[in-house]
Write a protein that binds this ligand. Structure first.
Ligand SMILES: [Fe+2]
Length: 515
């Protein structure tokens, strides 16, 4: 268990002081030894330590800086052996063992200052296995810093650390599944579709319709050519396609009033005003994306077909939702065997205009970056039982926030309405990601089990807690200004560079619109 309580009050005092003076964020140090750092903090307040002049000049001492490179260039291609260290240069991780003596940590940290090495992360935990020495507890410190073994100053630092610590180990970079680090790298995964949108199954309503198949092929080709920094292609939808849209709209309109959550109804009202939503117009993905960006910084991007769970969820980390642009076959307007523009724009898009829901979705995405196959599967299950089929409570009534429900008239009534005599009723469980992560689900029938959150805020808080407890290889943070994900430790993203075991499709098919 990580030590969390001992240093925090004193550290926050010192860090807050620096932050106030410099108007920069306080350094986020994980807790360490209170005795060592309290001495340091007192010296800062007394103005007697060596970096006093730096503080007076309004600068954080270099060894305490946590900098972000705002000029990062978009990666051009996948490099299998590249060590990722948060957008900065080479970074090294070491494990040091110290005893809890006054000044011990301070003396170690001064070496980083002495050799002009930027410390980027420090975490501590008590050493439990071997106990205390002379009554003093011992701590392991995990330290990341800029530079690599072989740099003259790094070598000098490590040489000096040896006699000052009980042990120093240089940690290898952890190998993780490949993940996108900059939004431009979504281009590299967007076309790794498992099922191209033009390859229809023989039981697809449009399988024998050459005109429909040709239209699908054209739209999927446009999606394949799309790049992250280009406007989304505008589609001139035909009268027949618009009529299909209108049929779905008419069927859903009354049901949204009855069963959609308040957030959906609010954002749908806005989208009718500002994003081109109406029964006679299929909104353009570009307009919807711009509307979402201005509200919650979410965006949509065209995709040619179905992605793996890992790739799809990775996009959410960047607040990007992969979305199809084609529409179901006109012969069966209330049925679709795969996500289409009705499902994406009527089910998903309005919810992404709500901040809590947008944050909730991004939590799942950030946790999926570099995650193990098992954890990706757990996250995909959570996604299914929330983003696709989630319920919440309003004034004692069940309301839908999941897109699979909000675009399916039959299942929306089944999940939220009063059952008719003799009809089966679904089981409703309280929203708990620990349970949802293991709850199996069918993709060709209505769900037998739904999860109901107390509110979207409740759903988000519980999801965040679940993600924090996953044994993640690193913690990731999305910087909206640079469209880059920063991670808190060096890793090598070298597993499953093209294909990976978790290639099971995120099964957000909607088979159930026709009842
Ligand atoms: Fe979906």
């Amino acid at each position: 268990m990580w030590s969390t309580a001992r240093l925090t009050p004193m550290l926050s005092s010192a860090a807050r002081k620096i932050a106030l003076q410099t108007r920069k964020p306080a350094l986020r140090l994980a807790p360490a030894c209170i005795h060592c750092f309290s001495t340091n903090a007192k010296k800062i307040e007394a103005g007697i330590i060596d970096f006093e002049d730096d503080i007076r000049a309004g600068e954080i001492p270099k060894w305490m800086r946590h900098e972000e490179d705002s000029n990062i260039s978009p990666p051009k291609s996948i490099n299998n052996d590249e060590v990722i260290s948060g957008g900065l240069g080479p970074r090294t991780s070491v494990l040091m063992e110290l005893t809890d003596q006054v000044g011990a940590l301070h003396d170690v940290l001064r070496l980083f200052w002495k050799y002009d090495i930027n410390l980027t992360r420090i975490e501590s935990r008590p050493v439990k296995s071997t106990g205390a020495i002379w009554g003093l507890p011992r701590f392991d410190f995990y330290v990341d810093f800029d530079g690599k073994v072989g740099d003259p100053n790094v070598d000098k630092l490590l040489k000096c650390l040896k006699p000052m610590t009980r042990r120093v180990l240089i940690l290898d970079e952890k190998r993780v599944h490949w993940f996108p680090r900059h939004i431009s790298e979504l281009d590299l995964i967007a076309n790794r579709t498992l099922d191209a949108g033009k390859d229809l199954e023989s039981d697809h309503p449009g399988f024998n319709d050459k005109v429909y198949r040709s239209r699908r092929a054209k739209l999927t080709e446009l999606a394949q050519k799309h790049r992250w920094d280009q406007p989304i292609p505008r589609i001139e939808y035909t009268e027949q396609e618009t009529a299909t849209w209108a049929t779905v709209w008419d069927k859903m309109d009354n049901l949204w009033d009855k069963y959609a959550c308040a957030e959906y109804k609010r954002t749908m009202g806005l989208m009718k005003q500002f994003a081109g939503y109406s029964r006679t117009n299929i909104p353009q993905q570009q307009d919807v994306s711009e509307f979402l960006r201005s509200n919650t910084n979410f965006t949509m991007r065209p995709v040619a077909g179905l992605l793996s769970s890992r790739d799809f969820l990775n996009g959410l980390a960047f607040r990007v939702f992969f979305s199809t642009q084609y529409i179901r076959h006109h012969s069966m307007p209330l049925y679709t065997p795969e996500p289409d523009i009705c499902h994406e724009l009527l089910g998903h898009a309005p919810m992404f205009a709500d901040k809590d829901f947008a944050d909730f979705s991004q939590e799942i995405g950030l946790a999926s970056l570099g995650a193990s196959d098992d954890d990706v599967m757990k996250l995909a299950h959570c996604y299914w039982h929330s983003v696709e089929f989630g319920l919440c409570e309003e004034n004692g009534q069940r309301k839908a926030y999941g897109a699979g429900l909000l675009s399916s008239f039959g299942e929306l009534e089944y999940a939220c309405g009063t059952p008719n005599d003799g009809n089966a009723t679904p089981e409703i469980k309280p929203w708990d990601p620990n349970v949802a992560a293991h709850q199996e689900f069918p993709i060709t029938t209505y769900q037998p089990v739904y999860f109901k959150a107390e509110s979207l805020q409740d759903a988000k808080v519980k999801m965040r807690r679940f993600c924090e407890d996953l044994p993640r290889p690193f913690f990731a943070e999305f910087n909206a200004q640079t469209s880059t994900v920063y991670i808190d430790r060096p890793v090598k993203r070298s597993i499953g560079i093209i294909y990976h075991q978790s290639n099971r499709m995120l099964p957000h098919f909607i088979y159930k619109l026709k009842r």
